[in-house]
Each structure stands twice: as structure tokens, then as C-alpha cells.
Design a protein. Structure first.
Length: 487
């Protein structure tokens, strides 16, 4: 007689119900409504990096002040990530997302009316904090509402919205001044706030809370209501969504939640993974956001046979194939080999761009130097997106539900330190050496070091469903999607 290891009495766990509901319009709703936090991020970060020279020319800023106008945004993101962890785990994933949209809209508009560097820096700090509040929440929400096989697709779709944010801003810049020498930076910042206003309204009306959040807080009716809505959206009307509640979670203050979840993500099982993923996020942010800041300035010095604004547009477009590649790799290959592959490819692209730019900026028109510049530029834009999808997805999968937002926020916040220092490092290197290529060699070195960290990660999360509980003495972040059958 056939017996199974899972012949338990009662309803299945929530993760199994999510698997039965499948992937469809319910998950796309989450992407379009909550994932636009990343769209607003892409739009605002490209704009502030692009208009830095225009603001500097108007106010006579020094090099450290130019770098600080972008670095202060990442400091705000760091603070926002820290706030999001305990708030998201205590009050849900939806609230931080709504607060994020509201803050981005309000403070982006205020940025356009600042009159000096210190006013702009103060307001941009709050813009960054608004980004930081929403990003870990949407990362956690995306993973919690999606079947295991489709999680990488879900993450890639949200990251694609970042690219569309960049495209939106790049087109605005192209419209204003293709050569980027006389930009109307106040108008650009005002236009950059529009996506956040629109997303706030639609998310308030139609974005659901995470059923996993409801479940771990004992709100069975709330979780079931969301699951039934998912069934309706995905054409699974009438599917039984009863599930087994996890052990009840005691109600705690935000401070208590922060302390409890800190010990979870720093437990014996997760400590090295937390450190390694924080460094991976750090490297990723230095590479991507450092280049996002550098390229608008470098492209005015390195002739790529197109107007600088046009090169920005094409650079953003090259990130779309990166998302396709990320989905393909993430759905068929384990997480760690994908992260190593992205790091190797990105390091080679950075070296190629640095070598080519050094020659082209000096007047060389040799085909090999031009090929290095173009190939390196395309590679940086394409492969870094693979890193974003793989690293951020991994950061949501290694933690249990009760601490997932906190764990994700810690990784993202630690990584944001990279985004914060990258503009300052670029300005310092250029001022000290008068050579833009040194920055690209520096970031390539960070990627090589990162490979060492990834090689020793103990957890592989590919093809596993999210777990919703902690054991008393050891965190178990994942459980297999398939149950063993004996005959």
C-alpha cells in the first residue's frame, strides 16, 4: 500500500496554497502596483545624477558637494531600509509601500524649489528615505505571493520597472537638451515626481496586503480574503484556500520586533549568509549606481558616436535584455552560480570600458578601443541587472516570514552604503587622478572579491518554497517544494 510522508490531517500550509493558486494576474497586480517603487527609484536616481552638473554650474558647487547630492539620497535610503524592517514586519508590507509613494512625490516636488546646496541635500535625504521604506517591503511581498518556480520572474518584473523609470527620465533629458549642457533641472525634477503620484492613487485602491503577514499574525480571515481575491484574478474561482495557520506570533512593539528579528538574521545558521549578501548588495550598488552617476558625466567626455542623452536612453534599453537573461538564468540555474556568473561578466565589462574609455577620451579612434567602450558599456548595463535580480531574490529567500522584511532590509541597507559612497569615490578619484578609468578598475576589483564571498554561501534556495516558521533553536528559512513519496 502506498504511503506518503505528508499524509497529515487538516489543511495544507499556506505555501502550498500559494503554489496551487499559481502565477497570473494576481501577481502582476502586485508587480504593477507595488513594484513601481522601483520605477520611481530609477526615474529619480537617473535624474539627480544627470542634473548634478547643471545644479553645480548654477550654484558653484565643489566636487564633494556634487557627489553628496547623490550620496545623501542613498543615506536616506539606508535610513528608510532600517525603518522598513520592523515597520513592515509589525504593520505589514502594504503600509510602507504607500508611505514610500507619498514621500517620493512630496519631497521630489520640494526638491525643485530649493535655493542652495544645503536645502537640496536635506530634501533629497527624505526622498531617499522614502525609497528605502518601500523597497524591502515590495521585495518581501513579491516573494510571499508567488509560487516558488515563478519568484525569479516576479523579481525580474519589478526590476524591469526600475529600467522603465530610467527610460522615462532619459527621455525627459533628451527632450530638454540632448547634449545635456543646459538642462532645466527644476522642470526635470518636477516631471520626475509624476510616477509616484499616479502609483500612490492606484496602490491605495487595489494593492493587497501579504497573506503571509496576515497568517503569522493570526489573522486567518484576512489571509483567506486575499487568497480568494488571488484565485479570482488567476481564474481559479472555487479553489479551496483553507490553510494551516503557523504557530501564533506574540504581539510586540516595533523595538522588540527589531531586536527579535536581528537575532534571527544573525543566528548561527544565517550569520555568514547575512554578511555575504550584505557585501554582495554593497558591490552591486557601487557598480550600478556608481556607473549611473558616472555615465552622464563620462559620456560628455567619451565620444560614443551619439549625443550623450541618446547614449543614456540606449544604455537603459540594454538593461531589458539583462532582465530577460536574469529570468532565464534564475528559472533554470541555481542562485549561487548565477551570482558568480554575473560578477565575472560585470568585472570583465568594467575592465573593458575602463581600458577603452582611457584611450577614446585621449582622442583614439581605433576600432578596438571603440569596441571596448561600447562592449563594456553594454555589458555593465546588462549584467548588473542580472545581479540585481539574483542577489535581491536570494536575500528574500534565505529568511523566514517573521523576519523576512528585516533580513531583506538589512541586506539592502548594507548594500546602499555602496550607493552612498560610489558618487563620492568617483568624484574623489577623478579629482585626484584626472583619470575616469580608475573608478571602473576599482569597481571591477570589488566584483572579484565578491566572488569569494559567494563561493562559500551555505544555502542554495533554488526551487524551494518559502517557509513560514522558526524552530525553537534554529532558523529554517526554506523547505522543499516536493514531498517525498514512499511505496
Amino acid at each position: 500500500m502506498a504511503t506518503t510522508d505528508v499524509a497529515e490531517q487538516g489543511p495544507p500550509p499556506l505555501a502550498e496554497v500559494i503554489e496551487r493558486i499559481g502565477f497570473g494576474w494576481a501577481q502582476l497586480r502586485v508587480v504593477l502596483l507595488g513594484g513601481c517603487v522601483w520605477l520611481a527609484d530609477g526615474s529619480e536616481l537617473l535624474l539627480i545624477g544627470t542634473v548634478t552638473r547643471a545644479v553645480s554650474d548654477e550654484w558653484g558647487m565643489r566636487a564633494w558637494q556634487r557627489g553628496s547630492t547623490v550620496s545623501i539620497v542613498f543615506l536616506g535610503i539606508l535610513l528608510g531600509n532600517g525603518i522598513c524592517g520592523p515597520v513592515g514586519d509589525r504593520y505589514g508590507r502594504r503600509l510602507p509601500i504607500l508611505v514610500s509613494y507619498l514621500g517620493i512625490a512630496v519631497f521630489s516636488i520640494l526638491s525643485a524649489f530649493t535655493q542652495n546646496f544645503y536645502q537640496l541635500a536635506a530634501v533629497r535625504l527624505f526622498v531617499g528615505a522614502s525609497f528605502g521604506i518601500g523597497q524591502p517591503a515590495i521585495n518581501a511581498l513579491s516573494s510571499e505571493v508567488c509560487p516558488a518556480y515563478w519568484r525569479i520572474m516576479m523579481n525580474a518584473l519589478t526590476q524591469t520597472l526600475f529600467i522603465f523609470g530610467e527610460l522615462y527620465s532619459a527621455v525627459l533629458v533628451w527632450w530638454d537638451d540632448p547634449m545635456m549642457r543646459h538642462l532645466d533641472w527644476r522642470w526635470l525634477l518636477l516631471m520626475g515626481s509624476i510616477p509616484s503620484v499616479v502609483c500612490l492613487v492606484f496602490s491605495w485602491l487595489w494593492l493587497h496586503e501579504s497573506p503571509s503577514y496576515f497568517a503569522v499574525h493570526g489573522d486567518y480571515a484576512g489571509a483567506k480574503r486575499v487568497l480568494e481575491s488571488f484565485c479570482n484574478d488567476n481564474g481559479k474561482v472555487g479553489l479551496n484556500v483553507d490553510f494551516k495557520l503557523p504557530p501564533p506570533k506574540k504581539e510586540s512593539t516595533p523595538l522588540e520586533v527589531m531586536i527579535e528579528n536581528f537575532w534571527v538574521i544573525c543566528s548561527r545558521r544565517l550569520l555568514y549568509s547575512t554578511i555575504a549578501v550584505i557585501y554582495s548588495c554593497f558591490t552591486l550598488n557601487v557598480v550600478f549606481y556608481g556607473c549611473l552617476y558616472a555615465f552622464p558625466q563620462v559620456l560628455t567626455e567619451v565620444d560614443m558616436n551619439a549625443a550623450p542623452a541618446v547614449s543614456l536612453v540606449f544604455g537603459a534599453l540594454w538593461e531589458l535584455p539583462g532582465n530577460v537573461l536574469a529570468v532565464f538564468c534564475g528559472m533554470f540555474w541555481p542562485r549561487k552560480p548565477v551570482m558568480i556568473g554575473y560578477l565575472v561578466a560585470t568585472a570583465l565589462s568594467l575592465l573593458a570600458f575602463g581600458l577603452g574609455a582611457d584611450q577614446v577620451s585621449g582622442g583614439s579612434e581605433h576600432w578596438l578601443h571603440l569596441a571596448l567602450v561600447h562592449g563594456g558599456y553594454i555589458g555593465i548595463k546588462c549584467f548588473a541587472i542580472v545581479g540585481f535580480v539574483a542577489v535581491y531574490q536570494y536575500s528574500t529567500e534565505i529568511y523566514p516570514t517573521v523576519a523576512r522584511t528585516t533580513g531583506t532590509a538589512a541586506c539592502v541597507a548594507g548594500g546602499r552604503l555602496g550607493g552612498m559612497v560610489a558618487p563620492l569615490v568617483f568624484e574623489w578619484i577623478v579629482e585626484a587622478t584626472a583619470n575616469i578609468s580608475i573608478f571602473f578598475y576599482f569597481t571591477a576589483t570589488l566584483c572579484i572579491v565578491n566572488i569569494m564571498f559567494v563561493l562559500f554561501l551555505p544555502l542554495e534556495t533554488f526551487g524551494r518554497s518559502l517557509d513560514d516558521y522558526n524552530e525553537e533553536n534554529e532558523t529554517l528559512p526554506l523547505t522543499a517544494t516536493k514531498h517525498k513519496v514512499e511505496t
